[in-house]
Design a protein. Structure first.
Length: 107
């Protein structure tokens, strides 16, 4: 019963931040609970970025955003291994895909 109350609280708080987008709120919550994905399409200004930012704050999780441009490289998303001549080893620097919530903007 406590979990259901938490979900309802989350839905209420998200709906207060994203006014008039109850369908979006419902689908975001379903995706979080089902460990799934959401494809949000819409014109600029319909609160896509705000939705994800607010959700990440409410569930206290990491959030990253990737702006997809023609010159975007896979390493910009996944990360890159960097060689250190001092240590003589490769160190992997993780990209933004290693997060709980990722906004892939302008796909």
């Amino acid at each position: 019963m406590q979990t259901l109350n938490e979900i309802r609280r989350l839905q209420k708080n998200l709906s207060q931040s994203i006014i008039g987008q109850d369908n979006v709120v419902e689908r975001l919550l379903i995706a979080i609970l089902a460990d799934g994905h959401v494809l949000m399409e819409g014109l600029p200004g319909v609160a896509k970025t705000r939705s994800i930012k607010t959700l990440s704050q409410l569930v206290e999780s990491d959030f990253r955003r990737v702006q997809f441009t023609p010159d975007l490289l896979p390493s910009d998303i996944v990360g890159v291994s960097v060689y250190s001549s001092h240590d003589q080893k490769l160190t992997f620097h993780r990209g933004p895909v290693f997060t709980h919530l990722l906004l892939a903007d302008e796909l």
